[in-house]
Design a binder for this molecule. Sequence first.
Ligand code: NOJ
Ligand code: CA
Length: 580
Amino acid sequence: MKTSRIGRLALAAALALGAFPAAARPAVAKPAAAKPAAAKPAVRADAWWKNAVIYEIYPRSFQDTNGDGIGDLKGVTQRLDYLKKLGVDAIWLTPFFPSPNADFGYDVADYTGVAPEYGTMADWDELAREARKRGIRVLVDLVLNHSSDEHPWFKESRSSRTNPKRDWYVWHDPAPDGGPPTNWQSIFGGSTWAWDEKTKQYYYHIFLPQQPDLNWNSPGLKRAMYDVMRFWLKHGASGFRLDATPYLFEDPNWPNDPDVKGGRPVWLKPYNSGLPKGNAILRDMRAIVNKAPGGAILLGESSTATIEDLRKVYGKNADEINLPMDFLYGNLTKLDARVFKQQIDDAHGKLDGLPPVFFFSSHDHSRQWTSFGDGVNNDRIARITSAMTLTLRGTALMYYGEEIGMADLPAQELKDFPLGPKRRVADNRDPERSPMQWTGETGAGFSNGASWLPVAKAASTVNVAAQLADSGSMYHWYARLLELRKTVPALRDGAYVPLESGNPAVLAYARVDAQGDGVMVLLNMSDAAQTATISGWPTGPRTAAAVFMASPAASAVAGASLSAASLEPYAARLVSFRGR
Ligand code: NOJ
Ligand code: CA
């Protein structure tokens, strides 16, 4: 599955610009008319997650410590100081549980275990402890829609129709003709139904046949999964990234799809996703994390077709998923200032002031260096996309290696790479999952052994060690953005103010704090020099102070004006200002 491809199709439905609520306007704006505003669900001012940077780690590819070519938990612990220095608030680890790896860990065979290839529970405990010491929180990936077909729960469930765990999965009699109960298609292709010869029923799987869907109507299953959550919270997790949240329930009438191959994409059919019963489960889960000491959260893989649907994922009273990922933004792959403006304005204007969650790269998405890059200006372009994600209001996700401009592994470097016990199946997401590039040495400092996926040849020049030593590097660009996000009140908690640049190639906006001080962001999304005439400022005095950051670096000497700018091709400029 390439969700980026999926999302682009869904995007068309999402683009409708709305007005900005008074709550999102800066303090310098004139007070809104006397009409009382409708009550908005509130996020506590001290909630750590509402403006956090969460760094996604694919443990298999981050750092190997025992030479088997597979990254491990000890490796993550070893790199915590690096992450601290970079400035991230939390890490999200993709699954490290025992798994036959039909979907690289997203087919879980034991929800409360650690796969031997990743280490032991003691390694997890050490990682959680060491992360806490450094003020870094750790999120565990909870694959709640399905387990592996090798999970003991499923083995029991399929053993007989009368097994007590039969109803932990979704079983159905064949259609009258003996075929699958419905014509539904799975997200990974083929029917959603797999035949079980022994018990003569079909089981349901929205992903691979090796990933049977769990039945959330079963009280026993529900209790077991809530216990899994409590287990990890007790072991120091600060919450969960929830996998595939829209798919917990299916239409109990099991209708046939009259338009199975057309119309709405298969991952967003009304009968297979977003059923209201799912909200009650998410409320239960939120209540569980809310009870954890220190503020645990739910980060949701909550793909939606529209911004209105995304709003619903937070819960009517903001009591469901704290941070639903904004795939309407995350699936964009074309640099287009107008499209971004609309999407970002929506995320700030139509989510009732709740924090949006912006990201571009992930273990399911092409890396942003590759997806936005034109092959010539990739470095400048990557500085634009990162400056945007990291200066917007809300929470930002990063994907390991993004901070050094890692690219997708080129097809020719993957072409003849053998399958084997470490890489049982080829996956079209392999290119974005290549080993982290720590050094320019053979193995890139990732592993002394034969790595499970090839280390990119680019590692000889694109690596952490080289970039730490170069103050103009991508690493330092990111580290500075993260530092400003933490230390400049406007970038941390300030309102988002949309601006007009007078130029369709230039995206302009500002972040403004309660004193009216702030930062204006200008991004030239074209390969030509552009001028911008900036308007749309709320009333009130304002003086440009300095250029905080600029790419290309020479852009900094252009001077700090809040009303006009000349921008080099693919330039990014952050201008600080005072509200007096
Ligand atoms: C979403 C995960 O991010 C993806 O990697 C996985 O294949 C599917 N869910 C199925 O679990
Ligand atoms: Ca290892």
